[in-house]
Write a protein of this length. Structure first.
Length: 321
């Protein structure tokens, strides 16, 4: 009897220790988020995911509130970024139990991007600056940090105008970039807790829904309309270009899946696969060739995937990305 009681007490103490450590890790992530969002937000995800998948949802909610307060205490404007991030992470952790990881990634990436944009806006307003003044100051500081030679022939005001015009796409793409390690952290925490979530397809088997092409069609129509009404600097053209840059992320994912499938078919190992994907990213940054290949894959189906059954998968223990 005494042995059973001792084991129960040890289990309870271990559980309390894990809750405390995960809470501290989430607070640390909130403190890192304003400066290193690629580290801070995934750290919050691993911590909150660990609590959620250990059925400590109440503790996770309280820790999320504490993380938001800490983020706001360090810099008031960052309360928006941290608050939306932890709220999105809590929702994503639950949604991963029944939704595809890519579906979760789409809206979570947008939430993270909106949060980071909101933090910058709040910081500007709290400092008594308009968005144009805030961006102009950032452009001026960039010329100092990187050196005037890097910006030779470029007008700071022109840079500010460009930054404002493409800020929506930049923040959304930044959110999508951060969401990759964030989802990885959530899946990792689910695996550690032996939680049941939807299986994560390997990159070479990834096949996005063709519905992602509708925003692409909308972007092309907006740009075509912009050529008639408003010109290259008109609202319609800028909206179309922003939407095109955002949709390119989906096309790039499809293209990288195609690259991964080709490398797998060639018998490459894990290291070679990672190197190949990195090279594909670098090539696409300059040429968009991988994104174009992803676009073609929606019609040609280079990998001969069975698209009649969808990508729902079967529920099971969490797997690695």
């Amino acid at each position: 009897m005494a042995g059973v009681v001792g084991r129960l007490m040890l289990t309870k103490l271990t559980d309390m220790r894990d809750v405390v450590l995960l809470s501290v890790a989430c607070i640390a992530g909130a403190m890192l988020t304003p400066v290193f969002p690629f580290v801070g937000i995934p750290l919050c995800a691993a911590s909150l995911g660990g609590l959620v998948y250990r059925e400590r949802s109440m503790a996770a909610a309280l820790v999320a509130i504490m993380a938001t307060v800490v983020g706001g205490w360090l810099r008031p404007g960052d309360m928006v970024a941290v608050g939306l991030a932890v709220l999105g992470i809590l929702s994503a952790a639950q949604r991963l139990r029944r939704a595809d990881v890519y579906q979760v990634g789409v809206w979570l990436g947008v939430v993270l991007g909106v949060g980071m944009a909101g933090a910058e806006y709040m910081t500007a307003r709290l400092n008594g600056l308009t968005i144009r003044e805030y961006m102009n100051e950032a452009a001026s500081q960039a010329t100092v940090v990187l050196g005037n030679r890097a910006f030779s022939g470029m007008d700071v005001d022109a840079m500010t105008k460009t930054m404002i015009q493409f800020a929506p796409a930049v923040y959304v793409m930044l959110g999508f970039a951060v969401v990759v390690p964030t989802l990885y952290a959530l899946v990792w925490s689910a695996r550690r807790a032996d939680a049941v979530i939807r299986p994560v397809p390997k990159l070479d088997r990834t096949d996005l829904s063709p519905h992602v092409l509708w925003p692409l069609v909308t972007a092309v129509l907006l740009m075509a309309a912009g050529r008639v009404w408003g010109g290259s600097d008109g609202v319609l053209m800028i909206m179309g270009l922003n939407l095109l840059l955002v949709v390119r992320v989906a096309l790039l994912v499809q293209g990288l899946a195609l690259v991964a499938a080709l490398l797998r078919a060639g018998g490459t190992g894990r290291v070679a696969l990672v190197i190949g994907v990195v090279v594909a990213l670098l090539v696409d940054a300059a040429t968009w060739v991988v994104s174009m290949a992803g676009l073609l894959d929606f019609w040609i189906n280079f990998r001969r995937l069975d698209r009649g059954t969808g990508s729902e998968g079967i529920e099971g223990p969490a797997e690695g990305l």
